[in-house]
Design a binder for this molecule. Structure first.
Ligand SMILES: NC(=O)c1ccc[n+]([C@@H]2O[C@H](COP(=O)([O-])OP(=O)(O)OC[C@H]3O[C@@H](n4cnc5c(N)ncnc54)[C@H](O)[C@@H]3O)[C@@H](O)[C@H]2O)c1
Length: 268
């Protein structure tokens, strides 16, 4: 996938963030920084990622981080760039969901706020800290054909909930629509300076996010056949492949996109 540089991934302790870290390592990244609010989950990811790299000089860092805390974010992103020497790929994967029983009319302000704080503000804080660093570094060259790659790339996790309405998901849908807006405007601001910013929109994926509650998991498995043309949940690696593609040299002309990886869910 042409990702010779250094990656930073939020939400790396679980699901798609963990899978992104594994894919960067397998595909030849020089190092990965794993960021998550859950310390034990970070250690588990680290143990899975480390053996996958073929590089003797592969670097792996872990940071416990709440993405909704802008002071922490600034510190951790700067520290990571300092330890690696540069920051090439940033994946904004940390996120939470919330169902408001009864919909918007009954949504609690604190639930709305928490979802927006993590999914939207967290993505913005990391993007802001990373672009400040990327703007100052020189572009790297493609390992495949020598073409000048970007100064850096950022992939933000939106969702099919950023493109459609989902019942009782007021805050979540609003946050993911906003992540696509943030991606588009930031990509406009920095495309000519060599910073490539895109979003990915997963459909229903098999991760603790969807499978954590056995009742919801069971009903989702039952409904998924009708919900998507492929008739199955997506696997986290299927989104990680899209993220690593959007991060690396093979997507050098892809800017401001919201790439859908949903088994056809939004096609219906
Ligand atoms: N699973 C799906 O079906 C699906 C579909 C579309 C989009 N998404 C999005 O993909 C992303 C990853 O989802 P997943 O399914 O891998 O979820 P997951 O629950 O498996 O992993 C999310 C990770 O984010 C971390 N996290 C939560 N709050 C945090 C915070 N404040 N600071 C730092 N880390 C925090 C968690 O500890 C966890 O490790 C999320 O943004 C989610 O909204 C998921």
């Amino acid at each position: 996938m042409d990702v010779p540089g250094f990656a930073l991934i939020t939400g790396a302790g679980s699901g798609m963030g963990r899978e992104c870290a594994k894919t960067f390592a397998r595909d030849g990244a020089a190092g990965v920084a794993l960021l998550d609010i859950n310390a034990a989950a970070l250690e588990a990811t680290k143990a899975e990622v480390e053996p996958l790299s073929m590089r003797k000089d592969f670097k792996i860092l872990t940071h416990i981080l709440d993405v909704s805390d802008e002071v922490q974010v600034n510190h951790v992103v700067q520290d990571t760039a300092q330890q690696f020497g540069r920051l090439d790929y940033v994946v904004n994967c940390a996120g939470i969901g919330h169902k408001h029983i009864g919909g918007a009319a009954f949504a609690e302000t604190q639930d709305w706020q928490r979802v927006l704080d993590i999914n939207l503000n967290g993505t913005f804080f990391v993007l802001r800290a990373a672009t400040r660093i990327m703007l100052k570094q020189s572009p790297i060259k493609s390992t495949i054909d020598g073409r000048d790659l970007q100064r850096g790339s950022i992939v933000n996790f939106a969702s099919v909930a950023g493109l459609t309405g989902i019942p009782m998901s007021t805050a979540y849908c609003a946050s993911k629509h906003a992540v696509i807006g943030l991606t588009r405007t930031a990509s406009e601001d920095y495309a000519r300076q060599g910073i490539k910013i895109n979003a990915v929109c997963p459909g229903y994926m098999r991760t603790p996010f969807t499978m954590g509650n056995p009742e919801i998991a069971k009903s989702l498995e039952e409904r998924i056949n009708f919900m998507t043309p492929l008739g199955r949940l997506g696997e986290p690696g299927e989104v990680a492949d899209a993220v690593v593609y959007l991060s690396g040299g093979r997507s050098s002309y892809v800017v401001g996109s919201a790439m859908i990886v949903d088994g056809g869910y939004t096609e219906r």
